[in-house]
Design a protein around this ligand. Structure first.
Ligand SMILES: [Zn+2]
Length: 329
């Protein structure tokens, strides 16, 4: 068992000072290492016959597929055919599903989030939080990363670096920057390479760059705690809608922040990519159900089953983030 006590008295005092300065961050005085849950065998492509059924339901109410148009009839017929042969689909079948998802997603985005592109033109999913140059650094990635560092005994100034640079991997060209941030596109490996870079930089005394790399590593860990990041499609179904919800209810509404930060546990991490993959595989089991609830329950934002699953995702995020901090520092 590892605890904050291993860092010695000076660090402990600094830690307690930090705790008293920012009481909302954590009430934890000592974390306990526990075993992570067993991972599931992931449904990597994110598709099941159930998912195809929901795609069909969406096409029925979509304006992009005009009633009785040839495109609509053809797509529906193709999806019904794919269902009967699933999972022995062809590349062309996957392409058809992907195109359909892209069409539906585009329509959904323009209807639900007409102002989503915002003043800075950033229309990335909103799980993130603040960019490196924002005056106030808060948001899901920032807060999870900062608190993971603090609760594992990192000084407040270094933890601030970890919080500030947590969103950096998403910055750049919307969507393009985030291509590697999914379970099937290498997120677990990126978590590991950044963690190892961080470790080496810290050993060399490059404190700032070391903690900045740690922030990047935690970003990939946390992406894998988002159910929609554990499947193949960037534009998959309710991805954006769900991330916006978590971001909006982070410190108000459901206040996911406080339920996440009061968690007193962490997982030991000795192999970052293996841990990250375990996390993604575990979280993957939620994606179908969360998407289903979002489609079928018009008040899904207050659906207790969805809230329970979301809280577990965030709890896994903070525990694996803490473990990764422990691996690096
Ligand atoms: Zn990301």
């Amino acid at each position: 068992m590892k605890s904050i006590w291993k860092f010695g008295l000076p660090v402990l005092i600094a830690f307690l000072v930090v705790l008293s300065a920012v009481p909302a961050v954590t009430a934890t005085t000592e974390l306990t290492a526990i075993d992570p849950p067993d991972p599931n065998t992931p449904n990597i492509i994110g598709l099941s016959t159930k998912t195809i059924d929901r795609l069909i339901e969406r096409i029925d109410v979509s304006e992009s597929f005009a009633a009785s148009s040839a495109k609509k009839q053809n797509t529906l017929a193709e999806l019904q055919r794919i269902k009967t042969i699933f999972p022995n689909v062809t590349l062309a079948d996957v392409q058809l599903i992907d195109d359909t998802l892209a069409t539906l997603n585009k329509e959904f985005r323009s209807k639900k989030y007409p102002d989503e592109s915002g003043s800075n033109g950033n229309n990335n999913p909103k799980w993130g939080g603040s960019g490196t140059s924002d005056p106030i650094i808060s948001g899901t990635h920032n807060d999870l990363s900062r608190q993971a560092a603090l609760s594992m005994g990192v000084s407040s100034s270094n933890a601030e670096t970890v919080g500030r640079y947590a969103l950096e991997p998403d910055e750049g060209i919307p969507y393009i920057s985030s291509i590697g941030h999914f379970l099937p596109t290498g997120a677990a490996d990126y978590a590991e390479s950044n963690a190892n870079d961080a470790k080496n930089l810290l050993v060399q005394g490059q404190t700032f760059e070391g903690y900045r790399k740690l922030a990047h590593s935690l970003h990939f860990i946390q992406d894998l705690s988002v159910p929609f990041h554990t499947i193949a499609y960037q534009n998959f179904l309710n991805h954006l809608n769900y991330e916006n919800y978590v971001f909006n209810d982070w410190t108000s509404g459901q206040n996911f922040y406080s339920s996440t930060m009061s968690d007193p546990y962490y997982y030991e991490v000795s192999d970052v990519s293996t841990s990250a993959e375990n996390l993604g595989n575990y979280i993957n089991a939620y994606v179908d159900r969360i998407d289903e609830i979002m489609l079928q329950d018009s008040a899904w934002q207050s659906n207790t089953e969805l809230i329970t699953m979301t809280k577990d995702c965030l709890t896994q995020a903070i525990r694996y983030s803490r473990g990764t901090v422990g691996y690096v520092v």
